[in-house]
Design a protein. Structure first.
Length: 297
């Protein structure tokens, strides 16, 4: 079985989770993942699949407390933090989640408009509302997602509870070394979403990774998962396919030398890649605050 990491409150989190965001049949996907041995499921209100995740957990027959369940506060819900959690719990059909994350450090209003950085609720106010959830017993831990060094620097002076997790996009083409180091110093565990770069050929067909995979009689995805395990970064690959789910749950062992080779991949010209750029409007303008403001590359 797969290893686990410790959060800053002493709770264990399984190192590899299943992110059902991308699958067509989420219920089937989560059932498959639980059969394979995954015990960490990552969802969000925004994915509109919490109901299916909950059904899969019940269908599996696995006791609720053996599954590490994560969901996220939607940007639309920063004004109703308590209710938003209740909505998610109801959809999931559970009494508590193991981890509740602020999905983005920016709220949007009922008209879909992104609030300005100084408009209430700011992400600091939203975090303070999330801290109160811990007393309800409905969340075991709280954390954030898509926070950069810049936005964490704004948040951290105001917190009573340091976020347990910051979930961000990380893969060998966007390794986020600086952010990782920063979070480690602050006691924040990093979770990587889109660890396979959404299956982009620049990553899955990369020669360095292909050679390592061949040498270890594994696949590129198994090498990438091994790289995350080596670094102590929790990882939540998405796949709707049982064979690839199994593959992603079976990382190959990565040595210091392999790790150094993979760490260098993003330095090759043209290989830096961030999915965050997809959050642009069709005309190329930025959705919400500029990514420069948010502190993203
Ligand atoms: P599929 O669902 O058909 O397996 P990410 O988690 O980086 O966002 O990537 C998700 C994408 O990667 C999905 O398109 C998924 O397709 C594909 N994928 C997931 N696991 C693997 C794997 N082991 N090998 C190749 N592609 C994969």
């Amino acid at each position: 079985s797969v290893s686990s990491s410790k959060l800053n409150n002493g709770v264990s989190i399984p190192s590899i989770g299943a992110g059902p965001g991308g699958a067509d049949d989420v219920r089937q996907m989560v059932e498959d993942a639980l059969k394979i041995g995954y015990r960490h499921i990552d969802t969000a209100w925004a994915y509109q699949n919490e109901e299916y995740v909950g059904q899969a957990i019940r269908n599996s027959g696995i006791p609720r407390e053996e599954i590490y369940l994560v969901t996220k506060l939607a940007q639309l819900h920063h004004v109703i933090v308590q209710e938003a959690l209740d909505i998610s719990l109801k959809r999931l059909g559970v009494d508590y989640v193991d981890l509740y994350l602020m999905h983005w450090p920016q709220a949007i209003d009922a008209n879909g408009k992104v609030l300005a950085p100084d408009q209430s609720p700011t992400f600091v106010e939203t975090w303070q509302a999330m801290e109160k959830l811990l007393d309800t017993g409905k969340v075991k831990s709280i954390g954030v997602s898509n926070f950069s060094i810049k936005t964490l620097d704004i948040l951290l002076p105001h917190v009573k509870i340091v976020p347990a997790v910051n979930q961000v996009e990380i893969h060998p083409l966007l390794p986020q070394f600086g952010l990782r180091e920063y979070c480690t110093k602050k006691g924040i565990l990093v979770t990587a979403y889109s660890p396979l770069g959404q299956a982009h050929p620049d990553l899955l067909q990369n020669d360095v990774l292909k050679q390592l995979a061949a040498r270890k009689s594994g696949t590129v995805a198994q090498v990438i998962m091994g790289w995350f395990i080596k670094k102590g970064i929790v990882v939540i690959p998405k796949s709707g396919n049982p064979v690839r789910l199994q593959e992603n749950f079976s990382p190959v062992e990565i040595t210091d030398e392999d790790e150094a080779q993979i760490d260098a991949i993003h330095k090759a010209p043209g290989l830096h890649r961030s999915l965050l750029t997809k959050y642009h409007n069709p005309d190329g303008s930025v959705f919400g605050w500029s990514y420069e403001w948010l502190g993203w590359p």
